[in-house]
Structure formats: structure tokens, C-alpha cells
Write a protein that binds this ligand. Structure first.
Ligand code: BES
Ligand code: MN
Ligand code: MN
Length: 462
């Protein structure tokens, strides 16, 4: 039986299992869900075992466990290390979902649930591709699975695991499905991910909330000050004003930019999908460039004062904001964090106190189109889609990818199958059935092409 025939015979089973996994609310950011996060880890472990790995185990960390499993068919063959995450973002605000986020439904050929695409749906494709290859006796590489539960909160404990377990994790390529393709008619392979610096700012004015009539106009209002400081972080051309911020940004040549502009992109449709009249960003760059090769700065949350019903005349004591920058190579996350801290400390007036707390960060990653992994992924897409995939730079971050390159000295390949319109991190997240099944098929082809191209299993051909 061919892998494709097996896949076609087992579509219902593959879908039902994913729906079971999506019912487990494995929200890594919220302690109240700790047991559920563990349940998701055990679910993956059990499914890997029933799919035929030699062994699978949970590695305990200071936080959520890491699922590790392997199937070694021949130590002299090439090894694929699969990375993915079973944790999901919080589903808030629940009231904006058309269906409860952890009661998955299939509607119009799409699976709706938190994690449907990011990353349970995409990660589970690998488990089912593995089952397919085992059942049809077509697996041509050794496989190692490393599925973590803390990607959405910065992967700090995975970092320690990777640094410690280099031998165990040795592989010829790291295969990851946690990114997007351009659209379902235009496959693409992600060759760039942005980095990240995330921090929280606390501005304190008077030592208590005050009557805004008795004191207003005479005492600094921390919300007024915070919003001004934030507004001044960007100029009218959409450039970030922090001194030194662009020093390490790699500029692309005109030729590279012309090449990038070949990727299909429909600006009108983009605006329509988001209900916006105009896009906005750094002057002189296209939308694709603004997301792929340029850094940016966004406020992710801001609060303080009175936000309850009606009104309250208060001059608040404190104001808070969560701020993140997305970075491109060669920007260094720690340096950028220091620059932002300095910006607030230097620019805030004496009438308030400033406290800046760094959260997680991440280094940007760039992947070569000349690697064996890229070639194998490209051929796999050509086989399943009938089209050669286009290399793209994506705006999101997977901080652990740069660490894989640095510590494991192994090339990652970002073979994702999501769409920008899948609403990841938003209400009504979904994943197309087409993408789920086509992804499983393409992953199975990847192994075959990888083993053919890589030197180790020369001559081994299906
Ligand atoms: N899968 C995403 C990253 C992504 C999405 C890359 C779409 C490319 C296209 C990942 O789960 C994610 O959300 N990462 C976080 C990083 C973080 C919380 C440290 C992000 O990008 O905000
Ligand atoms: Mn993800
Ligand atoms: Mn995510």
C-alpha cells in the first residue's frame, strides 16, 4: 500500500484523533491549566507509542514536560528531528468565539478550535505521517520527536534541555511545521523568522489614586506620560526612534527585493480581510517587506486607572504597558531590550518613577535555500502540490529555532501548512482539512526525498 492510499483510508481516524487533542485545553501561560497541559503531553506520548516509535517518554522540566520519542531503523541512516509544540495560547476573550474554543467543530471543511493550526494541527500531522510511513513500511530515515509545552511562553526550559541533550538530539535536519504557506494554490517554505524582545513598563506617579479635580493639572498623570513616551517611540515615517535600534538590521539589495516582490500578494484582499482602509508601516517598504525583513514595535496591552462601567474621576497612581518589538537579523534581542529600558529611564520626567521588566526574547533566524533539507522540502511540495514552493520571510517568531542552529548545529526546515487567515492567537482559530491532510502527505514525501538526497542513505530508494 502506498502512503497516500493509507492516508486516504484513515482520514476519519486522523481527524478524530486531532479533535480529541484539541479538546484538551493545554494553555501554557495559565497555571490553572497545568493538569491539562500534562494531559496533552501524555496524549501525544501515547499516540506516538501506538504509531510505532521504539520508545517515548516525558521529560520533566521546571515548567511543562517535553515529549521525546524516537524510532531508529538503522543507525547509519539519516535522522530527522521533528520539533513542534502541544501548548496553545489562552483563548480569551471567550465571548468572541462562535463556538467554544475547546469544543472543536468541523464546518465548511475547516476545524475550529484553539490550537487547530498553532500548533496542535500542524504538529499532529507529523505523528500521523509517521504512522502512515510505519504502516506502509516506507519510512527511510530515523526519526526523533521533541514536542514541547512552552513555546507560547518563550521555550525557556526547552533551551536548557537542548543544551544538555545534544547527543540525544543529534540529527541531520530539524523538521518543523509551525508556519504558513502563501495560499493553498501557492506553496512556500519559510526561510526567515523574526526575533523578539518583550517587556513590561510600569510608571508610578503619586503614591495613591487621587481625585482628578483636586489634584488634576498639578500632579503628573502616569497614563498621560506612558502614552506620550510610547507614541514618541515611532516617528511619522513609521521608524522606531530608539537610538541604535537599526544599527544591526541587514539591508536587502534591490535584486533581492525585486525577487521578494514576485511572491503573489493581494493588498486589496488583505485590507478587506482585516476591515481596514489603509495599511500602515515603515515608509519605503511594501507590506511583505514590513513583515518579513523589517523590525517593528507594538503595544500588546495597556492598562491603568478606572476602566469599569460609567465614569470615575481619578488621577491614577500607576500605568502599565506590555510592549514587544519584532527583530530581524542581525539584531540582538538582549541589546534591543537594554536600549528600550534606557529609553524609558532617560526620557521619563522626574515627576514619575519607571520600572521596566524584560519578559522573553528571541533571536531572528534565517535559513538557507541551498541546504539538503530545503531541497527535500521543495521536492516534497512539488510532488504533492505539483508546484515548486517559493521561499518566504515570515513575521512571527519561534525563538528556539535560532538556538537549534547555534547549539545543535543542525539546519532547521520550516515546512508549515497554515494560512495567515487561520486566526492563530485570535478568536475562531481554524485549520483547513485540505491543509491537514495535504500536510501529512507532503511530510511523508519529505522523508523519502531527504533520504535520497542526503549522503548517508545513498542508493536507498523507494
Ligand atoms: N507558530 C507561531 C509563530 C509563527 C506564526 C511563525 C506564523 C510564522 C508564522 C508561534 O507559536 C508563536 O506564536 N510564537 C510567538 C513567540 C513567542 C510567544 C515567544 C510569537 O511569534 O508571538
Ligand atoms: Mn506555533
Ligand atoms: Mn503561537
Amino acid at each position: 500500500m502506498t502512503p497516500l492510499a493509507y492516508l486516504n483510508d484513515h482520514k476519519d481516524k486522523f481527524l478524530d484523533e486531532l479533535l480529541d487533542l484539541l479538546r484538551i485545553p493545554s494553555v501554557s501561560a495559565d497555571k490553572n491549566f497545568n493538569n491539562e497541559v500534562r494531559n496533552a503531553a501524555n496524549f501525544i506520548k501515547d499516540k506516538l507509542i501506538s504509531s510505532g516509535v521504539d520508545h517515548a517518554e516525558l521529560f520533566e522540566t521546571k515548567g511543562h514536560p517535553i515529549v521525546y520519542a524516537e524510532k531508529i531503523i538503522d543507525p547509519s541512516f539519516s535522522t530527522v528531528l521533528v520539533y513542534g509544540h502541544y501548548d496553545v495560547q489562552p483563548a480569551d476573550p471567550y465571548e468572541l468565539w462562535d463556538h467554544p474554543p475547546f469544543k472543536p467543530i468541523v464546518k465548511n471543511d475547516r476545524i475550529y478550535a484553539r490550537g487547530a493550526c498553532d500548533d496542535k494541527g500542524q504538529m499532529y500531522m507529523h505523528v500521523k505521517a509517521f504512522e502512515t510511513m510505519m504502516a506502509t513500511d516506507t519510512l527511510t530515515c530515523n526519526v526523533k520527536f521533541m514536542i514541547e509545552g512552552e513555546e507560547e511562553v518563550g521555550s525557556k526550559n526547552l533551551e536548557a534541555f537542548v543544551k544538555k541533550e545534544k547527543q540525544k538530539l543529534s540529527a541531520d535536519v530539524i523538521l518543523i511545521s509551525d508556519t504558513s504557506i502563501i495560499n493553498n494554490d501557492t506553496p512556500s517554505i519559510t526561510v526567515g523568522l523574526r526575533g523578539l524582545s518583550y517587556l513590561e513598563v510600569e510608571i508610578t506617579g503619586p503614591n495613591k489614586d487621587l481625585h482628578s479635580g483636586v489634584y488634576g493639572g498639578a500632579v503628573a498623570n502616569p497614563i498621560n506620560i506612558l502614552t506620550k513616551l510610547i507614541a514618541e517611540m515611532q516617528d511619522e515615517n513609521g521608524r522606531i526612534t530608539i537610538p541604535g535600534f537599526y544599527d544591526d538590521v541587514i539591508e536587502y539589495s534591490d535584486r533581492e527585493r525585486v525577487e521578494m516582490a514576485q511572491a503573489p500578494f493581494d493588498l486589496n484582499r488583505y485590507k478587506k480581510e482585516l476591515d481596514i482602509e489603509e495599511v500602515k508601516g515603515e515608509k519605503g517598504f511594501s507590506t511583505i517587506e514590513r513583515v518579513g525583513i523589517r523590525p517593528c514595535l507594538d503595544v500588546n496591552g495597556i492598562w491603568g486607572g478606572y476602566t469599569g462601567p460609567g465614569s470615575k474621576t481619578v488621577l491614577p497612581s500607576k500605568a502599565f504597558a506590555k510592549i514587544s518589538t519584532r527583530l530581524v537579523s542581525n539584531q540582538n534581542s538582549d541589546n534591543i531590550t537594554q536600549m528600550i529600558i534606557k529609553y524609558f529611564e532617560k526620557k521619563a520626567p522626574k515627576s514619575v518613577k519607571v520600572k521596566v521588566t524584560p519578559h522573553h526574547g528571541g533571536i531572528p533566524a534565517v535559513i538557507s535555500t541551498y541546504s539538503t533539507g530545503y531541497k527535500a522540502a521543495s521536492r516534497a511540495f512539488e510532488q504533492s502540490w505539483g508546484k515548486k514552493p517559493i521561499p518566504t520571510m515570515e513575521g512571527g517568531s519561534i525563538p528556539i529555532v535560532a538556538l537549534f542552529i547555534q547549539e545543535l548545529k543542525t539546519e532547521p526546515i520550516l515546512m508549515g501548512f497554515g494560512l495567515d487567515s487561520d486566526n492563530i492567537h485570535s478568536p475562531n482559530e481554524s485549520y483547513g482539512l485540505f491543509n491537514y491532510f495535504k500536510g501529512i502527505e507532503t511530510i511523508a514525501y519529505f522523508y523519502n526525498h531527504f533520504s535520497q538526497i542526503s549522503k548517508k542513505n545513498k542508493g536507498y530508494n523507494l
